[in-house]
Design a protein around this ligand. Structure first.
Ligand code: ADP
Ligand code: MG
Length: 324
């Protein structure tokens, strides 16, 4: 459910005087899609800010209800329950996101693959549970985006292997951020920040100066590895610290290599900077799996997108546009 809190940061003490018509920055926070949502908006009044922040939470909750694998009634859960038996017709937005996910699979040489979930659901990072080697090898065959059969005529989805499961965790938050920014724009908001977990998009600037977005140090929650000034742009970070546990010196975390069914270990964090949050999100997960060399080569083919990668030796690597 939506747990929201709206706080007017700088006018908290003067609320009694003029609650309703103060142009100012307003801030809201909620927990949706299993992650922390943050919104900052410049609004003409507290009433406008409340509508704006609510619009963001509504967009996020709609994506959650449609795409969460954990909500049995969601269309994504319905796909996982039925699409290996017969084609299932889905909502146009879900259909398009699955179709885009497949394009990222092709572009990333299979590193991004929403069928990773065929083995992914056997991990439970909170309970520190993982599948054993036999369970992994038995599921590997089901991991292959080519098992997803799309029909553009009726927006139906079919899995041509009995064990296929999908999860949009690598792209849905970025998509929800894009939808949220579009909702804010439609309301006439010109300056805003929307964050869902590692995915952030900025509308306009911070009124006369850029937004400063930090990339955290993957091994120190308190420290920023890099701070980037951005306006009207988006950034997504994938890290091995979001959901993980350690056992016998190995870090088991939530980004899996589709080839092995185990956590990808070439890098500690990947940030992608570009105009679309949906694309940033998918690319950050892709590059995380691909590693420094192949990952940065992919980003160098995309003119509007840049990458900052922190490798296993804590060395930073940048795509071409950031080194020139
Ligand atoms: P987060 O903000 O949750 O850290 P990321 O963009 O880093 O999101 O993506 C991690 C999520 O992507 C995982 O929780 C999982 O749902 C999904 N995922 C994991 N491995 C892959 C993969 N190889 N391809 C596509 N999605 C993946
Ligand atoms: Mg991602």
């Amino acid at each position: 459910m939506i747990k929201s809190l709206v706080v007017n940061t700088s006018f908290a003490t003067s609320l009694f005087l003029s609650q309703s018509v103060v142009a100012d920055w307003y801030w809201g926070e909620a927990s949706i899609m299993g992650t922390n949502i943050e919104v900052q908006v410049w609004a003409d009044s507290q009433a406008q800010s409340a509508l704006a922040i609510d619009a963001v939470f509504t967009e996020m909750e709609a994506v959650n209800q449609l795409m969460s694998p954990y909500i049995a009634s969601s269309q994504l859960a319905q796909l996982n329950a039925k699409a290996a038996k017969y084609p299932v017709i889905v909502d146009a937005n879900l259909y398009r996101l699955i179709s885009e996910s497949i394009e990222f699979s092709e572009a990333s040489n299979g590193a991004f693959d929403i069928t990773f979930a065929s083995v992914g659901f056997k991990y439970d990072y909170r309970q520190q549970l993982k599948p054993d080697d036999d369970q992994i090898s038995a599921s590997l065959e089901a991991i292959n985006y080519q098992h997803i059969v799309l029909n553009d005529e009726d927006y139906s989805v079919y899995f041509n292997h009995p064990d296929v499961k999908i999860d949009l965790g690598g792209i849905a938050k970025g998509y929800a951020v894009d939808k949220s920014i579009e909702a804010l724009q439609a309301m006439g908001i010109e300056h805003a920040l929307v964050t869902a977990g590692g995915d952030t998009r900025l509308l306009g600037d911070r009124r006369g100066r850029p937004w400063l977005v930090g990339i955290r140090d993957p091994r120190n929650e308190e420290k920023q590895a890099v701070t980037i000034p951005l306006e009207d742009f988006a950034i997504s970070t994938s890290g091995d610290y979001e959901r993980f546990f350690e056992e016998d010196g190995t870090r088991y975390h939530h980004i899996l290599s589709p080839k092995t069914g185990t956590s990808a270990h070439q890098v500690q964090s990947v940030s992608i900077i570009g105009p679309s949050s949906t694309i940033n999100d998918a690319l950050s997960t892709s590059v995380f799996v691909m590693g420094v060399e192949a990952g940065i080569s992919l980003i160098n083919t995309l003119p509007d997108y840049e990458a900052i990668v922190l490798d296993n030796n804590r060395k930073l690597h940048f795509s071409m546009g950031l080194t020139q």
